[in-house]
Design a protein around this ligand. Sequence first.
Ligand code: NAD
Ligand code: GLY
Length: 377
Amino acid sequence: MLTVTVPLGSRAYPIHIAPGLLAGAAQHLAPLCPRGTVAVVTDVNVAALHLPAFRAGLESAGLGVEVIVLPAGEATKSWANLELVTERLLALGVERGDAVVALGGGVIGDLTGFAASILRRGCRFVQVPTTLLAQVDSSVGGKTAINAAAGKNLVGAFHQPALVLIDPDTLKTLPLRQLRAGYAEVVKYGLIGDAAFFGWCEANSAALLAGEGALLAEAIATSCRAKALVVAADERETGDTRALLNLGHTFGHAFEAEAGFSDRLLHGEGVALGMALAFDLSVARGLCPPADALRVRAHLASAGFGLSPQRLGLAAPAERLIAHMKQDKKMRAGILPFILVHGIGEAFVARDVPIAEVEAWLEKAIASPGELEDIGV
Ligand code: NAD
Ligand code: GLY
């Protein structure tokens, strides 16, 4: 078993990564469940595929299991489900010292974490992520949220889990498109600050996306180590460190909004497109060697990401994309920070990019996309 620690002083917590951990979760969960009962929140897909093994392992260790099953999908991160989950947890008698378990992808993790953050003014919770995106990103770091009428993730709290249990075997049932979407976040860690890891991604992505377990475990551990350091340095994103994790997200978010946050463009697919654009904009501003941007585009395309807004049916007018970007939580006094790069592994926060310049550049970029845009798509 690999263990990565998120070093947050008295709130430090371990991320355990091991195949088979789902069935063997009891030994890690029991010390966090003083009443001997575990409340599990999951979605209908994960309940069908992975709840039986998880439940059996807990019950055979003498733990009681109460389960709340929600519909799958982004729409689940709603006020209505927040109320449903918190009321159910209260009805189950969950106390502050009990651990509420989020078993599922980022949707379940975000909603359950938020419910735990407000339950009796804050109760313990455990992340058991079952998508690659959740295993490398959303289950670590304590960002929890639901969506509001005004936008995605606009209501939430920072609430760190007490423990993260990652079983890479759960990814065996994950559809390739979802696995690839999570892979975008893996590549992101290389592009932000670890050029050698980006090289590792180039060498191993085909086998990783084919489901090679050892490679998945290595990618998950490297990603969690990178994220743990970022979270320890800047837990609440008050400095620039955690903001770097948003590489590709400002552009990606605009296209996700254009797609109505639907299955037309998964979050990770938006991030991949956004990272390609962040490199292109960095080249256009004379900050990054063109060869690095081409290398990134070539890798993302070979991994199967669509990088052409036209082909994706998302070539909206730049003005509209900019309007989506202005909803960004990072916007301060009219200035939208962009995560740009000096090269692969050298991301930084730029606060001197006029939005009008980005709009003009985006209009041109969308009209004449790069030559490698669709390789491998
Ligand atoms: P998701 O939770 O919707 O899961 C994707 C789909 O995969 C769902 O249909 C789910 O039922 C299914 N699924 C989950 N595990 C499975 C498995 N092992 N086998 C088969 N199917 C499985 O989506 P996601 O991509 O995991 O997460 C996206 C969410 O995460 C978004 O709401 C996003 O805002 C949030 N997010 C949060 C953070 C954070 O730091 N908190 C970071 C990134 C993303
Ligand atoms: N996924 C971005 C963050 O956790 O900060």
